[in-house]
Design a protein around this ligand. Structure first.
Ligand SMILES: [Zn+2]
Length: 481
């Protein structure tokens, strides 16, 4: 289906709403404008829409700065934010961009004092993010083979404002390191670690059935900023970080996103700009300076297990509701509830949901968890000094660790979307920015493509087995057999 889409202003939309008649739209179809939403009536209204586009080709400029590492020049930590805006863009993207610039300035001060980074740092200011992540995507595609070999991790920010570390998403192999960093940065308003404040928010949000213990977890990365090409196209472990929740907005992507608005309503003291700089600086330096890049596979394996369990539950639930739906059809239940004055034909029957074979996925997840546990033990022995490695073995080990995320990339990509190649995370085919985890399997289930599901399960399992093998190689390198 190809339906053209055009964002329009409130004033233009209002004219269209005024002429749409018919039934009132169901609640879930309504937007936030102060009008009665209708779905269109018997009497068609013809509208002549004249749309003017500017098709000028314009160059886009990415600005990059590279500080070469003294020990591992071929291991890159990449830190990016976009610099283009729809209009003025004080919040989106400048508030994130200034945090990046401040981090770069602080890095330069360190360098002048004689410090040399062990790994290479690349600072990136992306252009043309708003029209479709163009700047970062072109750069990632252009430098694909170098990045595949050398990129350790990518750290992204975007608009930032007063509040909580609500944007806390990324690759779960980086979760342990990211959570530790949140414990070491102070929330400017309350003086407690930002992790404590975020945990408190999650507890309150858990509502009627509060979790007794809320542990911080990274959200799965979807789409919507420049981390997407790094994680979803190349399998570079990525983080996306940002504060929000207490700045009063409404200016997003409009001409009201001005410096004045930002200073009044979003982060009046720029304190959260400093907090974001500190957090990203800490994460970058830990990745740059660590003897062993801080990848942790236990959290990654546990998260994947949760995703697998959830998928089985989704399929089970669909099986139940489908069976019930078909039974109600046969019993004439839908006809009995139909309004005789306004009769509507009953819904169509649905194909029964077959029992699916999740065994390959579950077996692969088990192997992954075992590999992750073994690696954690070996890593502890190495970091405590009980075991030691030669310089060249350490270099090889680091390489295995940061390239582990690449095992989740499938050359051919996801069904119908060859550019999105990560087997764990992808923006949903129909969900805009928001993520689908284990997307190949999940979307086959959700779209009731039962013939596809087993193949997608096999495929994801193969990649998880490969990840487990890679982790085993790292363990072997540290501890032998
Ligand atoms: Zn942005």
């Amino acid at each position: 289906m190809k339906i053209p889409v055009l964002p329009i202003s409130y004033r233009d939309a209002r004219l269209l709403f005024d002429v749409i008649g018919g039934d009132v739209a169901p609640v879930s179809w309504r937007g936030a404008m102060p009008v009665t939403y209708r779905i269109g009536g018997q009497n068609a209204v013809r509208i002549r829409l004249k749309v003017l586009f500017n098709w000028d080709l314009r160059p886009a400029y990415n600005v990059l700065a590279k500080l070469t590492g003294s020990e591992y020049p071929d291991q890159w930590i990449i830190r990016g934010n976009h610099h283009d805006a729809w209009v003025i863009g004080a919040h989106d993207p400048a508030s994130g961009m200034v945090a990046l610039l401040e981090q770069a300035r602080a890095t330069a001060v360190l360098t002048k004092s004689g410090w040399k980074p062990r790994r290479t740092i690349v600072f990136c200011a992306w252009d043309a993010e708003e029209p479709g992540l163009l700047g970062s995507t072109e750069w990632v595609e252009e430098h694909g083979s170098e990045l595949d070999k050398n990129a350790v991790a990518y750290i992204n920010t975007d608009g930032n404002s007063r509040g909580f570390l609500k944007t806390f998403e990324g690759s779960h192999s980086l979760q342990l390191m990211a959570v530790q960093a949140t414990q070491d940065v102070t929330d400017p308003q309350t003086g407690v670690p930002i992790s404590d404040r975020l945990r408190a928010l999650l507890l309150i949000d858990s509502g009627d059935s509060p979790a007794t213990e809320v542990s911080l977890r990274l959200e799965a990365p979807g789409c919507g900023s420049d981390y997407s090409p790094f994680i979803q196209h190349l399998g570079i472990a990525s983080l996306n970080l940002g504060f929000s929740g207490e700045g009063t907005g409404g200016e997003y992507h409009t001409m009201f996103d001005t410096y004045d608005h930002y200073c009044r309503h979003l982060d009046p003291k720029f304190e959260y700009g400093i907090a974001l700089t500190t957090l990203c600086g800490l994460v970058t330096l830990r990745l740059v300076e660590a003897d062993l890049v801080p990848f942790d596979f236990e959290a990654q394996a546990a998260t994947i297990k949760d995703y697998a369990i959830e998928l089985e539950e989704v399929a089970g639930k669909m099986r139940e509701t489908t069976a019930r739906h078909n039974a109600w059809l046969e019993e004439g239940i839908y006809e009995l509830v139909a309004d005789p004055v306004d009769p509507k034909s009953p819904p169509e029957p649905k194909a029964a949901v077959p029992y699916l074979n999740f065994a390959p996925l579950n077996n692969a997840v088990d192997r992954l968890q075992a590999a992750a546990n073994r690696y954690a033990k070996a890593q502890t022995r190495l970091l405590s000094g009980e075991l030691t490695l030669s310089t060249s073995a350490m270099a090889e080990l680091n390489q295995i660790l940061f390239r582990s995320e690449r095992t989740l990339i499938r050359e051919k990509g996801l069904p119908g979307r060859p550019w999105f190649r990560h087997q764990l995370y992808a923006p949903g085919r129909y969900t805009g920015y928001s993520v689908k985890t284990l997307p190949g399997i999940r979307e086959a289930i959700e779209e009731r493509q039962w013939d596809e599901v087993d193949g997608q399960i096999e495929q994801a399992a193969t990649h998880l087995e490969e990840l487990a093998e890679t982790i085993n190689r790292a363990t072997h390198l540290i501890a032998g057999n």
